[in-house]
Design a protein around this ligand. Structure first.
Ligand code: PLP
Length: 515
């Protein structure tokens, strides 16, 4: 890094801003920044330096000085002090969650979106062309999940498109719950909620994503959650029917997961839709496909989502499945006109046909995040997207085979998508009961994280019936979304888990009867 102050000698009013005079210096700075970012992503270690939160707080939270620091120096400070403490999801040893943000098209799109400062709130003067890039990806996503498609030439305004790009699955789910609320009690947008107990929310027990319930509370509908039993992480449809009967007239929404956030099991969407509609066709059906959207990319995998097109709304999370840098999600609706029920009218958000700000509750100024997805989809093409989806699912399947092949490990799910959930549970530990199995697996997870070398995710999950059905387990989770994970690394991480588990057992702090 070669720079002094990037703005020395300028008109004071322009200090710190790009002008034709400092363009070359700024270009070098941005090039350096990109180099620092790429080095970070290509770093093998997940964490270079692992410290507890208090130590990190005390190191990072400095006072603002009177005089400024050159951007060049700050970049070095970031590189040498903050990034070593930061997590690299693109490391090939990071195998537990989410996505790498390493898609090349998406990264280039992110840079252009950042440099062009389009504001998606209005079309005519804020984002004359970017608006239509966004509408293009909404249309492509609708086609992929099988919603009725309209040719671009028939899209006359934002209410004819049938989708909204948002900042994440949580926001997409929240808009879906608003739509459910308006279906149940039209006009609540302006009149407010009067009797929140009417807005029952049906979810599968133990695997619901917190955002759905939180959404209901945020939009004033309280938390009338009706939990339905599951079988193998899918709705038990007998219990679903029972719940629908028991709460007749008091259910605003039924949510089904096309890939729950733990095991990524895809529910039998067609059967869920049929069951719900048979009881009450007015109930809002929402499919959370944050993970399952992956299957929509491939003809071979799409049948796993059969029935998704029957749902009133679908959440997709491209930042979780396509290697897209945070944050980008989509809410799609089967009937485009329903978005009118949650629209915002203001003379600030211009009342023009294509002003996206009218159909994005909670969001005002909005960056051109959708360009990342447009770049990813265009650069891969249908073939490339299909290849990406099938290779990720195949990699999970390979991992599950390795777990199945060992008698000291126990597989908890037959992977539908990218997640493989398993326990270290050699015979003697299984005999000792689920509490000890949990204790050992939590300690394995703690040590792996502490180590900073490998990452597998952990959470609580009801036992599907491998040890004691219904008991809460604390398994480990592998995720196959990182294209840099190799077969060798899979062997190595499993060896590491088993060795860590074995040494916890032999240390003898956890007492396992072996008689
Ligand atoms: C991650 C996730 C969400 C929330 O998405 P964000 O993008 O993190 O806001 C919602 N539902 C499911 C099933 C998820 O996995």
């Amino acid at each position: 890094m070669r720079h002094g102050t990037a703005t020395a000698g300028q008109d004071p009013g322009l200090e710190g801003f790009l002008t034709p005079d400092n363009a070359e210096e700024v270009r070098e700075l941005l090039t350096d920044a990109i180099q620092v970012g790429l080095d970070f992503k290509l770093r093998n270690r997940i964490f270079l330096d692992r410290q507890d939160p208090i130590a990190i707080r005390d190191q990072v939270m400095v006072e603002l000085e009177e005089s400024g620091t050159s951007v060049d120096k700050l970049l070095i400070e970031l590189r040498d002090q903050i990034l070593p403490l930061s997590k690299n999801e693109a490391s090939p040893y990071f195998m537990g969650f989410g996505d790498t943000g390493s898609n090349v098209g998406a990264m280039v799109g992110a840079v252009i979106a950042m440099l062009t400062q389009q504001n998606m709130i209005n079309q005519s003067f804020d984002s004359p062309a970017a608006t239509f890039v966004e509408l293009t990806v909404v249309r492509w996503l609708r086609q992929l999940i099988g919603y009725p498609d309209r040719p671009a030439a028939e899209l006359t305004d934002v209410w004819s498109v049938g989708g909204v790009m948002t900042h994440g699955g949580t926001m997409s789910n929240t808009i879906a719950m608003m739509l459910a609320r308006e279906r149940m009690a039209p006009g609540t947008m302006s009149s407010g909620v009067t009797d929140p107990h009417r807005f029952g929310l049906v979810v599968p027990r133990g695997i619901n994503h917190y955002s759905i319930k939180a959404a209901m509370t945020w939009i004033g509908c309280g938390a009338s959650v009706i939990e339905v039993e599951t079988n193998g992480y899918r709705y038990d449809r007998t219990d679903l029917s029972r719940a629908l009967r028991a709460h007749r007239g008091e259910i605003a929404a039924v949510v089904a997961y096309a890939g729950d956030s733990r095991t990524q099991t895809i529910d039998d969407l067609a059967a869920v839709a049929e069951t719900v509609r048979a009881h009450d066709p007015a109930i809002w059906l929402h499919a959370d496909a944050c993970w399952g959207g992956l299957c929509a990319l491939s003809d071979e995998l799409r049948p796993r989502l059969a029935g998704i097109e029957l749902f009133d709304s679908v959440t997709l999370d491209p930042h979780k499945i396509l290697g897209i840098p945070y944050a980008l999600s989509a809410l799609l609706v089967r009937d485009p006109a329903v978005l009118r029920s949650v629209s915002t009218y203001s003379d600030l958000i211009m009342q023009e046909e294509f002003a996206l700000g009218q159909v994005s509750p909670f969001i005002g100024s909005k960056a051109w995040e959708s360009l990342k997805l447009w770049m990813t989809m265009r650069s891969a093409g249908r073939d490339g997207l299909s290849q990406l989806a099938t290779s990720r699912v195949a990699a999970a399947s390979y991992f599950a085979d390795q777990v199945r092949g060992r008698d000291d490990l126990l597989l908890l799910n037959e992977p539908d998508l990218m997640a493989v959930v398993f326990l270290f549970a050699p015979d003697e530990l299984r005999q000792a009961g689920p509490d000890l199995v949990n204790e050992v697996n939590r300690e394995i997870h703690r040590r792996l994280l502490q180590d900073g070398n490998w990452y597998l995710h952990q959470f609580s999950l009801p036992d599907p019936g491998v040890l004691a059905k219904g008991q809460l387990l604390y398994p480990l989770r592998f995720m196959s979304s990182n294209p840099r994970i190799t077969g060798q690394l899979v062997d190595d991480v499993l060896a590491k888990v088993v060795a860590t588990g074995r040494s916890i057992l032999t240390e003898g702090n956890i007492h396992v009867r072996t008689d």
